[in-house]
Design a protein around this ligand. Structure first.
Ligand SMILES: [Zn+2]
Length: 175
Protein backbone atom coordinates (compact mmCIF):
# COMPACT_ATOMS: atom_id res chain seq x y z
CA UNK A 1 0.00 0.00 0.00
CA UNK A 2 1.27 3.45 -0.89
CA UNK A 3 -0.33 6.65 0.30
CA UNK A 4 0.08 9.88 -1.61
CA UNK A 5 -1.03 13.41 -0.93
CA UNK A 6 -1.97 15.45 -3.98
CA UNK A 7 -0.76 18.97 -3.28
CA UNK A 8 -0.80 22.23 -5.20
CA UNK A 9 0.51 25.76 -5.12
CA UNK A 10 -0.16 28.72 -7.41
CA UNK A 11 0.02 32.46 -7.84
CA UNK A 12 -3.33 34.07 -6.98
CA UNK A 13 -4.56 37.55 -7.93
CA UNK A 14 -7.83 38.71 -6.38
CA UNK A 15 -8.55 35.07 -5.67
CA UNK A 16 -8.82 33.84 -2.09
CA UNK A 17 -8.89 30.14 -2.82
CA UNK A 18 -9.11 27.56 -5.61
CA UNK A 19 -10.44 24.03 -5.31
CA UNK A 20 -11.84 21.16 -7.37
CA UNK A 21 -15.60 21.28 -7.95
CA UNK A 22 -16.36 18.13 -6.01
CA UNK A 23 -19.67 17.25 -4.42
CA UNK A 24 -22.45 14.73 -4.90
CA UNK A 25 -24.07 16.73 -7.68
CA UNK A 26 -20.73 17.17 -9.47
CA UNK A 27 -18.22 14.50 -8.38
CA UNK A 28 -14.76 15.55 -9.48
CA UNK A 29 -13.04 13.05 -11.76
CA UNK A 30 -9.50 12.94 -10.47
CA UNK A 31 -7.26 11.50 -13.19
CA UNK A 32 -3.87 9.98 -12.58
CA UNK A 33 -1.21 8.38 -14.72
CA UNK A 34 -0.05 5.26 -12.95
CA UNK A 35 2.27 2.30 -13.00
CA UNK A 36 1.46 -1.26 -11.97
CA UNK A 37 3.64 -2.03 -8.98
CA UNK A 38 3.76 -5.74 -9.79
CA UNK A 39 4.82 -5.87 -13.46
CA UNK A 40 5.99 -2.21 -13.66
CA UNK A 41 3.84 -1.48 -16.72
CA UNK A 42 3.17 2.24 -17.15
CA UNK A 43 -0.42 2.53 -18.30
CA UNK A 44 -0.92 5.01 -21.16
CA UNK A 45 -4.46 6.01 -20.19
CA UNK A 46 -4.97 7.79 -16.86
CA UNK A 47 -7.22 6.14 -14.28
CA UNK A 48 -10.28 8.20 -13.35
CA UNK A 49 -11.44 8.23 -9.71
CA UNK A 50 -14.23 10.03 -7.88
CA UNK A 51 -15.09 10.07 -4.18
CA UNK A 52 -18.72 9.07 -4.62
CA UNK A 53 -18.37 5.71 -6.36
CA UNK A 54 -17.25 2.62 -4.50
CA UNK A 55 -16.62 -0.96 -5.47
CA UNK A 56 -15.94 -4.04 -3.43
CA UNK A 57 -12.38 -5.32 -3.74
CA UNK A 58 -12.46 -8.92 -5.02
CA UNK A 59 -12.14 -11.34 -2.12
CA UNK A 60 -12.19 -8.65 0.56
CA UNK A 61 -14.79 -6.66 2.44
CA UNK A 62 -12.89 -3.48 1.72
CA UNK A 63 -14.41 -0.85 -0.56
CA UNK A 64 -12.35 1.13 -3.04
CA UNK A 65 -13.17 4.13 -5.23
CA UNK A 66 -11.67 2.45 -8.25
CA UNK A 67 -10.73 -1.11 -9.25
CA UNK A 68 -8.35 -1.68 -12.14
CA UNK A 69 -7.21 -4.89 -13.72
CA UNK A 70 -3.68 -4.48 -15.05
CA UNK A 71 -3.78 -5.43 -18.75
CA UNK A 72 -0.26 -6.85 -18.58
CA UNK A 73 -0.26 -8.98 -15.43
CA UNK A 74 -4.05 -9.28 -14.90
CA UNK A 75 -3.77 -8.47 -11.21
CA UNK A 76 -6.37 -6.29 -9.56
CA UNK A 77 -5.24 -2.90 -8.29
CA UNK A 78 -7.32 -0.39 -6.38
CA UNK A 79 -7.31 3.09 -4.87
CA UNK A 80 -9.23 4.92 -2.18
CA UNK A 81 -9.38 8.72 -2.14
CA UNK A 82 -10.51 11.30 0.40
CA UNK A 83 -10.23 15.03 0.90
CA UNK A 84 -7.51 16.19 3.22
CA UNK A 85 -6.71 19.44 4.97
CA UNK A 86 -8.51 22.42 3.52
CA UNK A 87 -8.56 20.68 0.13
CA UNK A 88 -7.91 23.97 -1.65
CA UNK A 89 -5.09 26.28 -2.74
CA UNK A 90 -5.13 29.08 -0.23
CA UNK A 91 -2.68 31.21 1.67
CA UNK A 92 -3.89 33.11 4.69
CA UNK A 93 -0.69 35.17 4.82
CA UNK A 94 -1.22 36.78 1.42
CA UNK A 95 -4.98 36.22 1.18
CA UNK A 96 -5.47 36.42 -2.53
CA UNK A 97 -2.65 38.75 -3.46
CA UNK A 98 0.42 36.79 -4.27
CA UNK A 99 2.25 33.54 -4.54
CA UNK A 100 1.13 30.59 -2.44
CA UNK A 101 4.62 29.15 -2.12
CA UNK A 102 3.86 26.28 0.20
CA UNK A 103 2.08 23.25 -1.16
CA UNK A 104 -1.50 22.91 0.03
CA UNK A 105 -2.96 19.45 0.67
CA UNK A 106 -5.88 18.62 -1.63
CA UNK A 107 -6.50 14.87 -1.74
CA UNK A 108 -5.28 11.70 -0.08
CA UNK A 109 -4.81 8.72 -2.41
CA UNK A 110 -4.38 5.34 -0.82
CA UNK A 111 -3.25 2.84 -3.43
CA UNK A 112 -2.84 -0.91 -3.57
CA UNK A 113 -0.51 -2.42 -6.18
CA UNK A 114 0.01 0.77 -8.13
CA UNK A 115 2.22 3.84 -8.19
CA UNK A 116 0.71 7.20 -8.99
CA UNK A 117 2.96 9.10 -11.41
CA UNK A 118 1.12 12.26 -12.37
CA UNK A 119 -2.12 14.16 -11.77
CA UNK A 120 -4.03 15.26 -14.89
CA UNK A 121 -6.07 18.36 -13.96
CA UNK A 122 -8.70 18.20 -16.67
CA UNK A 123 -11.92 18.39 -14.67
CA UNK A 124 -13.64 21.51 -13.35
CA UNK A 125 -12.28 23.80 -10.63
CA UNK A 126 -13.86 26.73 -8.80
CA UNK A 127 -12.54 29.76 -6.98
CA UNK A 128 -13.73 32.20 -4.37
CA UNK A 129 -12.61 35.74 -5.16
CA UNK A 130 -11.32 38.11 -2.50
CA UNK A 131 -14.66 39.89 -2.92
CA UNK A 132 -16.38 36.64 -1.88
CA UNK A 133 -17.83 35.57 -5.23
CA UNK A 134 -17.83 31.93 -6.28
CA UNK A 135 -16.77 31.26 -9.87
CA UNK A 136 -17.14 27.77 -11.32
CA UNK A 137 -16.15 26.22 -14.62
CA UNK A 138 -12.47 26.96 -14.26
CA UNK A 139 -10.03 24.85 -16.28
CA UNK A 140 -6.50 24.43 -14.96
CA UNK A 141 -5.08 21.92 -17.43
CA UNK A 142 -2.74 24.62 -18.83
CA UNK A 143 -1.77 25.62 -15.29
CA UNK A 144 -3.39 29.04 -15.50
CA UNK A 145 -6.73 30.83 -15.68
CA UNK A 146 -7.66 34.49 -16.06
CA UNK A 147 -10.93 36.38 -16.10
CA UNK A 148 -12.20 39.90 -15.50
CA UNK A 149 -15.09 40.10 -13.08
CA UNK A 150 -18.15 42.40 -13.28
CA UNK A 151 -16.36 45.11 -11.27
CA UNK A 152 -13.43 45.05 -13.70
CA UNK A 153 -11.01 43.25 -11.37
CA UNK A 154 -8.47 40.96 -12.97
CA UNK A 155 -8.82 37.49 -11.50
CA UNK A 156 -5.83 35.24 -12.04
CA UNK A 157 -4.63 31.81 -11.04
CA UNK A 158 -1.12 31.37 -12.46
CA UNK A 159 1.71 28.84 -12.38
CA UNK A 160 -0.34 26.04 -10.86
CA UNK A 161 2.12 23.45 -9.66
CA UNK A 162 0.88 19.98 -8.67
CA UNK A 163 2.86 17.66 -6.45
CA UNK A 164 2.38 14.06 -5.39
CA UNK A 165 3.92 13.49 -2.00
CA UNK A 166 4.49 9.93 -0.85
CA UNK A 167 3.72 9.73 2.86
CA UNK A 168 3.87 7.13 5.59
CA UNK A 169 0.54 5.65 6.60
CA UNK A 170 1.84 5.73 10.15
CA UNK A 171 2.13 9.52 10.07
CA UNK A 172 -0.78 10.68 12.26
CA UNK A 173 -1.21 13.74 10.01
CA UNK A 174 -2.21 11.48 7.12
CA UNK A 175 -4.14 8.71 8.86
ZN1 LIG B 1 0.69 -5.34 -13.85
Amino acid sequence: MLTYILQAKAELHNVARVQPVDDESYPHDYKFKFQCNGCKTIHPNPVQINRFESFQVTGFRRLANVLIRCKSCQRERYAIISKIGKACIQDEATFGAGVVDEYCDILKIHTHGMRILEFVADDQFECVTTAGNLIQGIGLLDGEWEEIDEEGNELKVLNVDWNLKLVSEKDPKYK
